[in-house]
Design a protein around this ligand. Structure first.
Ligand code: API
Length: 274
């Protein structure tokens, strides 16, 4: 049975978005991974499904799957894209997204530009001494790294210089480090100013992406906690920049950036191995 999809991206972090609100497909982790393959599938960093919302204040239930077929509780760039899609469908500029990490509220700033309230950072690891995780890796870092969850686990390492190391070097080992029982997204940040940083993220389950929305949120929260930046900070990634605010009055993290639909298409799930 042919199934429609939207090919979308946020700063080059790209997605295949499938609307399952009226019909569910047999999308197993193996089939999702096959669809994410850039040579034999459609190709994307994350695969996103839409289902009917059941949470109050939500317009849609969104699930995020990495290129290896594993599911994540959050995906900032895809959240902006789905909000943009729903805004065009409903004609509204305020959209509620139910995710496994909670209900997120999105606002359309202007067509193609979206602010998502990513909610409260989870700081259960507030003082996790990640420094010893790098002892064996001899990372060129300054100060203590930090971990936080935006609904998905992130560890941020602050580099001594923007190109002090390539994420491909330490990313895979840190992603799978025993410190992270569910693996983790690994951010490599360099502070450029009190309101700006450069960031590259080795993403759990997808590897190095051109941008990571939840990773940008995590990096700003971690940098504020370390006293390195102000609460509003521009995060410059390979694919472009996001503006992140860790709001003081309620502790929510706001992320503003673009959402783009590249094209639409169809595929037959049965053509892919389950
Ligand atoms: N790889 C992430 C999910 C995608 C996050 C990223 N694409 C974003 O924009 O937040 C994880 O497994 O937690």
């Amino acid at each position: 049975m042919m199934t429609g999809f939207f090919k979308m991206h946020g700063l080059g972090n790209d997605f295949v978005v499938v609307d399952e609100r009226t019909h569910r497909h047999d999308l197993t982790p193996a089939r999702i991974a096959a669809l994410c393959d850039r040579h034999t599938g459609i190709g994307c960093d994350q695969f996103v499904t839409l289902r009917p919302a059941c949470a109050q204040g939500a317009d849609v239930f969104v699930r995020f799957f990495n290129a290896d077929g594993t599911e994540s509780g959050a995906c900032g760039n895809a959240s902006r894209c789905v909000a943009d899609l729903l805004a065009r469908e409903t004609g509204r500029d305020s959209i509620g997204l139910q995710t496994r990490a909670g209900v997120l509220h999105a606002t359309i700033v202007r067509p193609g530009m979206v602010t998502v309230d990513m909610g409260l950072p989870r700081q259960g690891w507030a003082e996790v001494p990640l420094a010893h995780a790098c002892d064996t890796l001899h990372l060129p870092i300054t100060g203590d790294p930090a971990a936080v969850s935006m609904g998905n686990p992130h560890a941020t390492f602050f580099l001594t210089a923007p190109d002090a190391m390539a994420p491909e070097v330490a990313g895979p080992e840190l992603e799978h480090h025993p410190l992270f029982p569910e693996r983790a997204n690994i951010g490599f940040a360099h502070i450029a100013a009190r309101d700006a940083m450069r960031l590259r993220v080795w993403e759990r389950g997808s590897g190095l992406t051109r941008a990571c929305g939840s990773g940008a949120c995590a990096a700003v929260v971690n940098a504020v906690r370390r006293g390195l930046v102000e609460r509003t900070c521009t995060v410059v990634m390979d694919g472009g920049e996001l503006v992140i605010t860790w709001r003081e009055d309620d502790g929510h993290v706001l992320m503003t950036g673009p959402a783009v639909t590249s094209f639409t298409g169809t595929f037959s799930p049965e053509d892919y191995p389950r």
